[in-house]
Design a protein around this ligand. Structure first.
Ligand code: BDR
Ligand code: CA
Length: 309
């Protein structure tokens, strides 16, 4: 199995990223780090602890990282995820504490202890990963790849041109992209195909374990919020798509392209400029998600949840 560190901001779809990573035989989830994004860091860290314990996931340390973006102010996505970043179900109080190390210390130690290179899957703003890149340049060769849910080859969701994770901390995204670590972006152009349809909800509900029941409560809230906020009755479950790519590379199609993050635009900050046609004549610097086998994706999510509590 591929060893990964999951850097996330749970968040409804981040929860499914955690569960897919923990429940996939092709993945060895070594550590979880949390970042301010969908909610404040206190909430995203608490939520990560709740949903790992609820799903019976043990032995995976969880460390909090950055509370706010490198330069900008955090604006939590309350319209989609609620006041605590995980609206819907009652959250059972977790009994396992967060790891005493900071996120970047946990990333460092996880890389140092691994017998091979480790993939970082990031499903929130890239603040922690950028701080790691700056603090531990000597460890970057230990990172096999950063796979990020963020950006888009087309339009955005928080502004016309920017996706939420990219818009929240574009400076961090640019730092990670420029670090030279292999970088894969799974953007809205792909994740907007992973829709939580009534059929998907029914399939997850039919699994019948505690994790699935909690998951259905999450997804019901998520769909209601997506309809109210974005006019989409079936919400797109973005984050697990990045995990699916690592678990089964054939599930998500990618192309190599030049990727740049807009840092200065007055209306376009955080937009991801993806040169799919080679117009700029600059060498590709990233892999970019281009397509998804939706049926296989949901089969993987379902199979992973079946292995949990
Ligand atoms: C991304 O933003 C967050 O709201 C989701 O968790 C996902 O990571 C989608 O734009
Ligand atoms: Ca997220």
């Amino acid at each position: 199995p591929t060893p990964i560190i999951l850097d996330c901001d749970p968040g409804h779809d981040d929860v499914f990223a955690i569960w897919l990573a923990a429940g996939s035989p092709e993945i060895d989830l070594r550590a979880i780090t949390t970042v301010g994004g969908n909610g404040r860091l206190s909430h995203t860290t608490y939520n990560a602890r709740v949903v790992t314990e609820l799903a019976g996931i043990t032995g995976v340390p969880i460390s909090p990282g950055a509370a706010s973006p490198l330069v900008r102010r955090l604006t939590p996505a309350e319209g989609i995820h609620g006041d605590n970043a995980l609206g819907g179900p009652d959250l059972p109080a977790p009994s396992v504490a967060a790891d005493p190390r900071t996120a970047i210390e946990l990333i460092r130690d996880t890389l140092d202890q691994a017998e091979q290179e480790v993939t970082i899957v990031a499903t929130g703003p890239l603040t922690n990963v950028a701080m790691f890149v700056r603090a531990y340049e000597d460890r970057l060769s230990r990172v096999r790849e950063v796979v990020w849910m963020g950006g888009s080859t087309g339009r955005g969701n928080i502004t016309p041109y920017a996706e939420f994770n990219s818009w929240t901390d574009p400076e961090a995204a640019a730092i990670v992209l420029e670090s030279g670590v292999p970088f894969t972006m799974i953007g809205l152009n792909v994740t907007h195909q992973a829709l939580v349809t009534p059929d998907v909800l029914a399939r997850i509900g039919a699994i019948g374990n505690r994790t699935a029941a909690f998951g259905v409560e999450l997804l019901s809230f998520f769909n209601t919020a997506y309809e109210a906020d974005q006019g989409m009755p079936a919400g797109p479950l973005h984050d697990p798509v990045a995990v699916a790519l690592v678990a089964a590379p054939g599930v998500v199609g990618t192309v190599r392209a030049r990727l740049d993050i807009e840092l200065h635009g007055t209306e376009t900050a955080g937009a991801t400029s993806v040169d799919l046609t080679g117009t700029l004549r600059r060498p590709p610097n990233a892999r970019v998600g281009a397509g998804i086998d939706v049926e296989e994706f949901w089969r993987m999510v379902e199979a992973a949840i079946r292995t949990l509590a």
